[in-house]
Design a protein around this ligand. Sequence first.
Ligand code: FAD
Ligand code: NAD
Length: 466
Amino acid sequence: MSTYDVAVIGSGPGGYVAAIRCAQLGMKTAIIEKYSTLGGTCLNVGCIPSKALLDSSHHYEHAVKHFEDHGIEVPGEVKVNLEKMIARKQAVVDQTTGGIDFLMKKNKIDVYEGVGSFKDATHILVEGKDKTEIEAKYTIIATGSKPSNLPFINLDKERIITSTEALELKEVPKHMIVIGGGVIGLELGQVYRRLGSEVTIVEYMDRLIPTMDAGLSKELTKVFKKAKFKVNTSHQVKSVEREGDEVVVKANNKKGEEVEFRGDYCLVSVGRRPYTDGLNAEAAGVKIDERGRVEVNDHLQTSVSNIYAIGDVVKGAMLAHKASEEGVLVAETIAGQKPHIDYNLIPGVVYTWPEVAAVGKTEEELKEAGVEYKSGQFPMRALGRSRASMDIDGFVKILADKNTDEILGVHMIGARAADMIAEAVVAMEYRASAEDIARMSHAHPTFTEAIKEAALAATDDIALHV
Ligand code: FAD
Ligand code: NAD
């Protein structure tokens, strides 16, 4: 039987990063993955393929809608070749997952292909292409998540689909009904809207992206409505049925009246559930909480002291970079170090266009906590850079403590917000004040000037360009 210092179960951005850090710190490490490709949800059916399709569909939208404004004439009609678009996406995925194979070899990490299940707290059975038993002093559970469903929906994966199938469609839907106006619904909804589908969003809460700052929801909804998305908030879905090639969704609106939506595809994007099927956690004595998550303490240690858990399978935001930070934290903890994660400073991004990005507290959270704060906001349309690229939607909002000026939250929607949010993370990590950012030079012309201007507005209401 092979023995290891650390065995990692699951090879997503939590697991594979944990394995690399363990190996870097001198531990003999194995990783077990049930699928034939490494990289987990993120690389195979999540972050990477969805961004590949967002990029392709964005190019198409530009060609159809904006080339003319830029003085570019296309002889003939610009057409979508969905098969080719999906094939390019898959090539990006293959290249990226291949990169993880390389990293495993480079770091001398043994890779086992098969379902990993606990025999006891130090022994793991592997069942699949590889069939073996390994012994490990420490184990890191990184088994991730799967799409959630509503109890009355039969996901036939043909027309009533999850994000996984939406990344592989053979045709552009005529009318896609999206249940859930969260991150997946909006990102994949935008892909197909750009490609020509009618898209109807049905959301239970009273606004889209309901966990983000309400100002961001409002601006994004405005942009989506302008792009002719049908947005139905405060709608409780009651049933989803197939009628031949049609899908019929029935929901109750705010007034309690039944409304019906008919489309040819229905994307169910109502969240994801932690995944521990087949892990046999109980054989090791690892506790699962009432929401199906592996229970962990502040050090991500489970109820069994030599077993840790990270990423989507534990509490907290289901984000790739959160999973990776936790992977590093656990590897360093096992190595005897004292690492730390500030969960308040993990940024959240929605990769629609305009992009939406945020870090720290929302206005709603500050109000609820009774914190005295001030707010500075700057519209993207006031920037020269935005006018040059015709990306005028959105704003940057900085929330700072009313008394100390410390930045408490940064919320932005606009072109390249996903990249710009890094400045806010750095600032908050160093506990910067709004005035600190207001006094830093930002290159002109860039979108980041909106951050400086919002900081000026938060400092003394002295934004320069409004
Ligand atoms: P996962 O990536 O889910 O990996 C878990 C792995 O464990 C899987 O490969 C699984 O096969 C394997 N496994 C499970 N059980 C066993 C077992 N018993 N034995 C062996 N192997 C097992 N997040 C972002 O931060 N940015 C984004 O842009 C983004 N976009 C997304 C888009 C979509 C469409 C989806 C679905 C998700 C997206 N996410 C994004 C979320 C992100 O993918 C997850 O937060 C992230 O993958 C979690 O990483 P993880 O390592 O915890 O788990
Ligand atoms: P989500 O939690 O972002 O959104 C789900 C939405 O569905 C919510 O707005 C919720 O109110 C709504 N909903 C729930 N039940 C409903 C019902 N019965 N009827 C109508 N609406 C209902 O979840 P998601 O979009 O499925 O994404 C899953 C996870 O994947 C998220 O945790 C997210 O963090 C992660 N993800 C991240 C990114 C990114 O970082 N860009 C992209 C995709 C996915």
